[in-house]
Structure formats: structure tokens, C-alpha cells
Design a protein around this ligand. Structure first.
Ligand code: AMP
Length: 286
């Protein structure tokens, strides 16, 4: 595995692959790698000749008072994990490499960023779109792999690459969970033991609402809120439901809907969601 820290090193590492027209797969991450990240790498490795993994804790997607400073950084451990996952090139640039003149220009996401996490974290998706655009420009991958775990991010990035005519396929990969249902996340390390024990309630609540067969979005949201309201610690940041991937407001499940939750524990803010589908087939009218 080649470790590239700047643009020149990255270009050198990819020179031969580009010459030989090899397919390049990119897995962008912020590090603190876990099974979720590794599943994206596995998927990329299956369908691409060369796997590039980036590790960059992107300052422009963190708001004031968020966890940019304390975000877990463990480059040595991550390098080992990436190498074990057969990563070919690990790109881990410093801030000055990604923002050589400071962030003088940012992509502004005008649709899909006004709900869910975008509404609570103003500017977050502008930062995400900006860094993803930079990484795609630098690496020039044929495919880039993102987790369905961050469903709003995935929808926005698919739209970004479509609108900017970027020659890359965005591949969404399934959410990897702990045995008790908690979605794996780099931020799970912030959970106290008591919070960790309660965290699976998020997904359980989403699942029972989805399995209820209820189609009215307001009622689905209330079901999840009711189940979470019994947790003795933490607080609901949001429970919301929208059409997916458009993230437009609808009243009933028709096609695909995302039912999503963000929950604030003492240090960790966890997000999770479930996609609910209702088609003619569900009605037995196929
Ligand atoms: P992050 O390092 O949190 O920015 O995540 C990097 C990539 O890994 C993103 O595309 C995430 O959606 C994805 N990811 C994070 N957690 C999981 C998970 N539990 N399962 C699948 N993908 C994940």
C-alpha cells in the first residue's frame, strides 16, 4: 500500500494505473475506521482494479461547537486496517493540501440540505459536497463508494455528480450494524456504557414503526418519538420522514420513504434511518 500525503504523491501513486486504464475505486472517509468503512473497501475491491481510500477530517463540514477538534484520529491504526483491506493507495492529506488557499470557495447545496441533518447543521452539506468534489477531482475514480448509513449525504452526492457531469458512478453500500442493531459509527466511541446499552433503541424504534404497516408519515414519526421518549438519558434531535431520495415532503408512504432519527447523547449525536417502500405489490395489486 502506498501512502500519499499530497497531490504529487497521489499522482505518482496512480500514474501507472491511469496509464494502463485500470478502474479506480475511491472510498472517502474521515478515519477511525470500522467495519462499516471496511465493507465499502471490500465492495470497491470486488469491482475495481485499484482501491484508493482517503482519510481526511474535513473542517468545512463541522459547525462551530461541533466535534472537529475531538473527532477520533488514529492514522497508524487506520493505515494497518486499510492495508489489511488490500487498499492500494491511502490518501491522507493535511488541511493545507485540501484547502491550499483556505476554503475560499465552497459548493452550495440548494436542495435536500434543508431537512434532517442539513437543517440542524447549517453548512454541513456544503462542506461535504466541497470535499467530495475535491477528492473526486484529485483521484479521478471510476466509482466512489458511500454508505447508505448517511442516506442524506448519499442522495446529495449522487445529485452533485449528476449536476456537475462528473464521470464517476456513486455506489451506495448497505449499513453495517453491531449484533444488537446499532449502526457502526466512528462516533460510537463517545458513548458511555449506559448510553451504549440504550443506543440500539434507535434502530428498534425505526424497525417497529416500519413493520407496523402504517403509511401516514406523521403517525410513523409519532411511533418512533413515543418509543424514544422512554429513554431516561439523551434527547431527540429529530424524527422526520420524507420521500427518498428526493427528500421532499409527502404525507403518505408511496414509493420509497426515509424515516430518520438523530438522537443526542451526552457526547455522541447518533443518526439512523430506515427506508420504507410501498408499491402496488404491497397492496397485492401487482
Ligand atoms: P465517515 O468516516 O463517517 O465520514 O464515513 C465514511 C464513509 O463510510 C461514508 O460513506 C459513510 O456513509 C460510510 N459508513 C460509515 N458508517 C457506516 C456503516 N455503519 N455502514 C456502512 N457504511 C458506513
Amino acid at each position: 500500500m502506498i501512502v500519499a500525503k499530497d497531490v504529487k504523491q497521489l499522482d505518482e501513486a496512480l500514474h501507472e494505473a491511469r496509464l494502463k486504464n485500470k478502474t479506480i475505486g475511491l472510498v472517502p472517509t474521515m478515519g477511525a475506521l470500522h467495519q462499516g468503512h471496511l465493507s465499502l473497501m471490500e465492495q470497491a475491491k470486488k469491482t475495481c482494479d485499484i482501491l484508493v481510500v482517503s482519510i481526511f477530517v474535513n473542517p468545512t463540514q463541522f459547525g462551530p461547537g461541533e466535534d472537529f477538534e475531538s473527532y477520533p484520529r488514529q492514522l497508524e491504526v487506520d493505515s494497518k486496517l486499510a492495508a489489511e483491506a488490500n487498499c492500494d493507495v491511502l490518501f491522507c492529506p493535511a488541511e493545507e493540501v485540501m484547502y491550499p488557499d483556505g476554503p475560499t470557495q465552497l459548493v452550495h447545496v440548494r436542495q435536500g440540505a434543508d431537512v434532517l441533518c442539513g437543517a440542524r447543521r447549517p453548512g454541513h452539506f456544503d462542506g461535504v459536497a466541497t470535499v467530495v468534489l475535491k477528492l473526486l477531482s484529485l483521484v479521478g475514480p471510476h466509482k466512489a463508494f458511500f454508505g447508505q448509513k448517511d442516506a442524506q449525504q448519499l442522495a446529495i452526492i449522487k445529485q452533485l455528480t449528476k449536476e456537475f457531469f462528473l464521470p464517476v458512478s456513486i455506489i451506495g453500500c448497505p449499513t453495517v450494524r453491531e449484533e444488537d442493531g446499532l449502526a457502526k459509527s466512528s462516533r460510537n466511541v463517545y458513548l458511555t456504557p449506559q448510553e451504549r446499552a440504550m443506543a440500539p433503541t434507535l434502530y428498534n424504534a425505526l424497525q417497529s414503526a416500519a413493520q407496523s404497516g402504517e403509511r401516514q408519515l406523521k403517525k410513523l414519526v409519532s411511533m418512533v418519538e413515543n418509543e424514544l421518549s422512554i429513554l431516561p438519558i439523551g434527547s431527540i434531535d429529530y424524527v422526520e420522514a420524507y420521500e427518498y431520495p428526493s427528500l421532499k415532503s409527502v404525507d403518505y408512504v408511496e414509493g420509497t420513504v426515509i424515516l430518520a432519527v438523530a438522537y443526542q447523547f451526552s457526547k455522541a449525536r447518533l443518526i439512523d434511518h430506515i427506508l420504507i417502500e410501498f408499491t402496488n405489490r404491497n397492496r397485492g395489486e401487482a
